[in-house]
Ligand binder design. Structure first.
Ligand code: 6PG
Length: 247
């Protein structure tokens, strides 16, 4: 699978349509893989509706839960049960009701961000069965992503060392650029790129300014995040720049 430079923008009416289309895309990727499936979830508020939808009967009954594994692209360094913990949000929204516990792969937050990054990197390598990424065999089927007001994605902030990382799979981030101002742990761009589909969800008027910058090609972490497979930006009408044209 060659690295894809193309980014496709799909526009939808509103957050409800966005969640539905995202859920259909996740389902299609799961259905396309007869073996063990790996999905990398994201935090923040944008994916919550999607997660809740996956727990509803019409999706839940179509997902082969025993062979789907759920990872997280970044974590806020707060205790597991804290409401700001990204995996905690995903657990409450759908995982705890639907997925076997052994298929849920949280980033640990019980020691310090660097140790936690090392442990999660080992876990990902062991799941992948290799210490190196292989362009012919992506690590993830789907990587979900969001974009922050400063152009960060996962916990890769503008001008932070994590942005330039090419060797490590997971790194500790001592300080965040935006709220919550807690240390983070994040997967790096090459690891997030190792997927069949990277799916950004962008909704609401507050995202319009940063989306304009991303679509204008500004050098931001979210602009640099590209899948080896397809990179899709699902965007609702309220987030679309006024002069948006398909590009
Ligand atoms: C986090 C995230 C982060 C998020 C964006 C968008 O831990 O905060 O993983 O990268 O996706 O900040 O967040 P919203 O969806 O809340 O706008």
């Amino acid at each position: 699978m060659a690295a894809g430079d193309q980014r496709k923008v799909i526009t939808v009416a509103d957050p409800a349509a966005l969640a539905r289309i995202a859920a259909d895309r996740v389902l299609a990727r799961i259905s396309a893989n007869n073996g063990r499936v790996a999905i990398c979830l994201t935090g923040g508020s944008s994916p919550k509706k999607l997660y809740q939808l996956l727990a509803t009967e019409s999706y839940r009954s179509l997902i082969p839960w025993d062979r789907v594994h759920w990872f997280i692209g970044d974590e806020r360094f707060v205790p597991t049960g804290d409401s700001r913990n990204n995996m905690n949000m995903a657990r409450e929204a759908f995982l705890d009701q639907c997925a076997p516990a052994s298929n849920i792969h949280p980033i640990p937050t019980d020691t310090n961000p660097d140790d936690s990054a090392n442990r999660y990197e080992r876990e990902l390598k062991s799941f992948h069965g290799a210490d190196r990424l292989n362009p012919a065999r992506p690590l993830f089927d789907v990587v979900l992503m969001g974009v922050g007001p400063d152009g960060h994605t996962a916990s890769i902030f503008p001008d932070y060392p994590a942005l330039a990382e090419t060797e490590r799979w997971v790194v500790g981030v001592p300080q965040a650029h935006v709220e919550p101002f807690v240390p983070r742990v994040t997967l790096t761009l090459p690891v997030l790129a190792s997927c069949r589909e990277m799916l950004f969800e962008v909704a609401g008027p507050d995202k319009r300014a940063i989306l304009t910058r991303v679509l204008d090609g500004e050098n931001l972490p979210a602009s640099r995040a590209r899948a080896m497979g397809e990179t899709i930006w699902l965007v609702d009408q309220a987030a679309l720049p006024e002069n948006f044209r398909e590009r």
